[in-house]
Design a protein around this ligand. Sequence first.
Ligand code: FE2
Length: 299
Amino acid sequence: MSDERNVTNGLPSYAAPAGGRLTEEMLQDFRNTGVLILRDFVTRAACKTLRERANELVAGFDPYEVRSVFSTTSQPQLDDDYFIQSGDKIRFFLESDAFDESGELRQEKEHSLNKMGHAMHDLDPVFDSFSRTPELAEVARRIGFVEPAILQSMYIFKPPNIGGDVVCHQDSTYIYTEPESCVGFWFALEDATTENGCMYFIPGGHRLPLKKRNYRGPDGKLVTETLDDTPWPEERKLAAEANAGTLVVFDGRAPHLSAANRSPKSRHAYTLHVIDRQCRYPAENWLQRSAELPLRGFE
Ligand code: FE2
């Protein structure tokens, strides 16, 4: 029953429609809440394939080499550069608690990472084929994209015991276009629960103003400007628990957060951020790509 409506803790949740053909009811829910949960959008086998490919990429990463670059926390510019230059690369970002006082990893390498980003979808064939399917293209079309472009991909590890929390934010803060067009496509690659740090959304919060904007200042450093300092109505947040294979589509303005993972289970997820090429992409956004890696849509 592809069009059976359901809710996940008050958030709109449906069995994934055939071919990504969102119904008018689904679209209505998305417009009203800023969030749409589509269960079993991808198979568990596809999730496993992506997790295995991520593991292979992790195997080629040396955390001690990266650590030597950020040997002290007093070098925020190096930190910024490593991040800022990752828009057209595959880079690894460690959890802040990855190392102990003596400088050794507390857990094995694959359980020390916060994320990998930000161009796997354009650089790695396995990520490319996961990210570009006719179903995703159809979802993007139905939610109103005219010329969708997959700006970035992120593999989120949320490792056991040390997976950090993410405070309430809007993705359009970081992925800003004029007019705003950012939409997140978040895939649960493992079951995400309140125990292992699932996401929370404030339903309808996408109608709130954009509260912050992050950009490169004149000196190249990243600045986060507060546009509206009203606190988030976090008392209205709802957990978006999601089994592996679930796709959560959410508006770039939709406020969301996740708690730390103190459980023994990892919570791997994969996110695509999509913008419309018809909108202006500011030169001061942190993510800039080299001309050798042109933006592509879902085809
Ligand atoms: Fe986010």
